[in-house]
Design a protein. Structure first.
Lengths: 61, 354
């Protein structure tokens, strides 16, 4: 009985860790799509570096 | 603090990820200046909290072991590298509509995944924990945060302006910028598997200092790059300047923190990084426009040297504290053994057995 409870707890923990892995994978996957090219995208939309600097400065906020 | 005191870490993580997804969708579907500014602002405001919230949740789930965190966080680097590689292979439209749409879909996926994570202890609205105030009074914690603000003053210049600077070199297109990032983050993935071994024992103490030295070198190499090849050759150093540094920084913040203030401490750490990044981004835009990318990356190298100075000073302070407490312990141990000897002598002279 104790063994099966331990097994269930271990299974639950492993599902949570996998969810966390999936979270990181998906979130950083999205970031990898835009982050390297963000400044270039803003330039393509007509912003100068000193203008889009104010937008980029919002990222850490 | 919002997470620890009101919402709960995971709930706030899910809400912010969902809002960030909607903002990305607006960026993908509209190109007007007003919509771009509004959606970008919303995305920036929500996404800035995602990393510290996820990291705090991860430490709560995995415990204080840095190796457990590294082996989970590495999946983020894999996702980043795969996205950047895919875009460099398939090409991108200049306004990034497709990448923004991919990011929106990814954020929806991450919000769903966050729903499977356990919430931490119930949020408490008690006065700010005394341990946070204690932490803020500790010189080594303040030096860690100040050093990291300087560190990110340098790294922020890379994050924001590497693309525009790289495009000034002959033959570099948007896809090759993505490819450069993919090279850097792939090397980060490889190194992340080995980092946990660096973060134990005495070797851990030099990790932040070493990362700052490598960062100073890397930004200098970028500033001096004359060809795309010389620009890409330094990219594997990203493994150290971001991957190793980030894990060591998170570990140093979380190692001496209890569960009730994990998100708050992580928020303070992220705020220090953010301070450096905001300064880098704001100043960098003007420096890039007026003086060019080479000057910008030379200044970034100087900022990394300032970070190195703070980390070295912090390590010296910690070492001094440890030596002092070791001396006090040996004096205590010497005093108690002398007392024991004295007692034994007294007992012996009185003819009693100890």
């Amino acid at each position: 009985m104790t063994g099966s409870l331990q097994l269930a707890a271990h299974g639950e923990q492993s599902r949570r860790v996998n969810a966390l892995r999936l979270y990181y994978f998906a979130y950083y996957g999205g970031l990898g799509a835009v982050m390297p090219l963000l400044a270039l995208a803003m330039q393509a939309r007509g912003f100068r570096p000193s203008q889009y600097a104010w937008l980029m400065a919002l990222i850490p906020l | 603090m919002l997470a620890d005191r009101w919402f709960g870490t995971i709930k706030l993580l899910r809400i912010n990820t969902a809002i960030a997804a909607m903002a990305m969708l607006v960026l993908a579907s509209s190109r007007s200046i007003v919509a771009t500014v509004a959606a970008f602002s919303v995305w920036a405001f929500t996404s800035s909290s995602l990393t510290p919230l996820a990291d705090a949740g991860a430490y709560r789930l995995l415990g204080p072991s840095s190796s457990g965190f590294a082996y989970v966080r590495v999946f983020g680097s894999i996702g980043f590298a795969l996205s950047a590689l895919a875009l460099s292979a398939f090409g991108v439209d200049p306004e990034l509509r497709v990448p923004f749409a991919i990011a929106a879909a990814s954020y929806v996926g991450s919000s769903l995944a966050a729903g499977k994570l356990p919430e931490g202890p119930p949020p408490t609205r008690a006065p700010l924990a005394a341990s946070v105030r204690l932490l803020a009074r500790r010189a080594d914690a303040l030096l860690l945060w100040l050093g990291s603000a300087f560190y990110y003053l340098g790294h922020g210049a890379f994050d924001a302006y590497f693309g525009p600077f790289a495009r000034t070199l002959p033959g570099v297109r948007a896809e090759t910028v993505s490819f450069g990032w993919a090279v850097g983050v792939t090397s980060e993935v490889i190194v992340l598997w080995f980092v946990p071994r660096l973060l134990v024992g005495r070797l851990r103490r030099g990790v932040l200092i070493g990362a700052a030295a490598v960062a100073a070198l890397r930004w200098w190499l970028i500033a001096e790059a004359q060809t795309p090849l010389s620009l890409w050759l330094q990219q594997p150093l990203h493994a150290i300047t971001f991957g190793v540094w980030y894990l060591a920084f998170i570990h140093e913040n979380q190692a001496r923190t209890d569960d009730s203030i994990r998100a708050t401490v992580q928020g303070v750490a992220a705020a220090c990084m953010g301070l450096g990044m905001i300064s880098a981004t704001l100043l960098g835009g003007y420096v890039l426009e007026a003086l060019g990318g080479r000057v910008l990356f030379r200044l970034a190298s100087g900022a990394a040297l300032l970070a190195l100075t703070c980390y070295a000073l912090r390590q010296w302070l910690i070492g001094r504290g440890e030596r002092r407490s070791a001396r006090e312990q040996s004096v205590d141990a010497g005093g108690s053994s002398a007392r024991e000897r004295g007692n034994n002598n007294a007992l012996a002279s009185s003819g009693a057995q100890p």
